[in-house]
Design a protein around this ligand. Sequence first.
Ligand code: DC
Length: 227
Amino acid sequence: MTAPVVTIDGPSGAGKGTVSRLLAHRSGWHLLDSGALYRLVAHAGTLAGLAPDDVAGHARLAAQMTVVFAADPQGLEERILLDGREVSAALRSEGAGAGASRVAGWPAVRAALLDRQRGFAQPPGLVADGRDMGTVVFPHAPLKIFLTASPVERARRRYNQLKEKDSGVSLAALSLEIAERDRRDSTRSVAPLVPAADAIVLDSTAMSAAEVADEIFAHGRGRALWP
Ligand code: DC
């Protein structure tokens, strides 16, 4: 590993994305949004006209696609380019999340993304957001966080995020979709969503993103990762 890594894993809607962005911004470290990579593979497959169950085709795209993460000037929303084309809005939908969860169950796709993810670990450091950052991708990370929140709170957060962009979204439907995605992500045979043995488990149900970031920052300071 070429740089220290802080891993932030957990289920959908636990606040990983917001917290990871806050931490990366505050520390000046790089950010890996690994969920976006799985969303990109599913999206690239749709654009290429692949059958939804074409494992080898999706694995090929995972290895070959050109991806650029471009931070906006505030550094709080990333723009994502797939083979030169802006796809940020398309990737945010719950449909893209479900597609990601489908391709994420295939070992060939996970293997094809492994080196790409590890390549993000560059000085001065990396905040890595995902499901298997602490268990598989960066098993030697000096600080691992597993972020959870109650299912009701997670559905509410996702709803608030999505309703700005998609007026057709409903809280009841979203709760069911999130529960199904969590079930699939936690029960798959390869890299299932589980806390690493050495992860700190944080329940963010009653905390703001800033409070969670402060707590993680304090853990990082305690391990001399940040001044
Ligand atoms: O974090 P997210 O909602 O963007 O992730 C989308 C899906 O991708 C999620 O349902 C499971 C999968 N995923 C994964 O399997 N491993 C990761 N490291 C990140 C995401």
